[in-house]
Design a protein. Structure first.
Length: 266
């Protein structure tokens, strides 16, 4: 038993250095994309572009703004508004709908600035906002134009807008405040010479030209009668004549008429 134990111990001792010298398998390092580019492992430029657009896009079921509008809801609001506006419009109901869509678009762009669907929405917004003749909508339209030609200039909608600006330019239109009509002059009085209109200056670089439309003047409303005075008394009819003046107080009461004489003798 001792010999067997010695043999057993002797057989195991030389194996310890061999086991220690055996190299342990190390985990293989997985290939990671360069930097933080999640699309770096794509095999072609087209696949890389598709991957970037997919990761930059907003989910289709995410909603933005106070009215919780999706990107499809924003586009449809702009499309319908362009039809409702006609040649131009200042309808407050239409403006309210467009303001909600614009606010949702701005929230969307702030959260997903590289969403490939943003240029289309900006382009649709320009088509309707340029028809609304108020200062706020006209300036918002100009801001959308600048975004298209600078940030999204390589997209289809950016190229279309660049071509439109180069060919036709852009002019903002909005109505000035209506003024009260002047008081008519008496007969024979000549009005003063009207000042000569000066041409509007050329717009500064980076700014649109402005066409300020002057609406017709407003007739002044007559001043109302104060409530404490009450309505004016109506005059007496002409056939009744003037009202008799009362007797002076010092003359006393009016004498009573004498009785009529009797026709029978006494």
């Amino acid at each position: 038993m001792l010999i067997a134990g010695a043999i057993f111990l002797g057989a195991t001792t030389p194996l310890e250095p061999a086991l220690a010298a055996t190299p342990q398998p190390t985990p293989t390092a997985t290939a990671t994309p360069k930097g933080n580019d999640v699309c770096g492992a794509t095999k072609s430029k087209w696949a890389h572009l598709q991957c970037e657009e997919f990761n930059s896009s907003a989910p289709g079921d995410e909603y933005f703004g106070r009215m919780k509008m999706s990107y499809l809801g924003i586009d449809n609001t702009y499309k319908d508004g362009a039809i409702s506006a006609g040649a131009y419009s200042t309808d407050p109901n239409l403006i309210s709908k467009l303001d909600f869509a614009t606010e949702a678009l701005q929230r969307w762009a702030a959260k997903y600035p590289n969403d490939p669907q943003l240029p289309r929405s900006y382009f649709l917004g320009i088509q309707v906002l340029r028809k609304v003749y108020t200062q706020h909508e006209q300036q918002t339209s100009w801001e959308f134009i600048q975004l298209l030609v600078t940030k999204y200039g390589n997209t289809y909608f950016g190229k279309v807008m660049k071509s439109s600006l180069a060919h036709d330019g852009y002019t903002e239109h909005w109505f000035a405040l209506a003024q009260i009509c002047p008081t008519p002059l008496p007969p024979g009085v000549m009005p003063e010479a009207a000042p000569v209109a000066t041409p509007s200056p050329s717009p500064a670089p980076g700014h649109a030209a402005v066409d300020l439309i002057t609406p017709p003047c407003v007739q002044p409303s007559p001043s109302p009668v104060p409530a404490e005075l009450g309505p004016e008394p109506s005059p007496l009819p002409a056939e009744l004549g003037p009202e008799p003046s009362p007797l002076p107080a010092e003359l006393g009461p009016e004498p009573s008429p004498l009785p009529a004489p009797s026709s029978t003798p006494h």
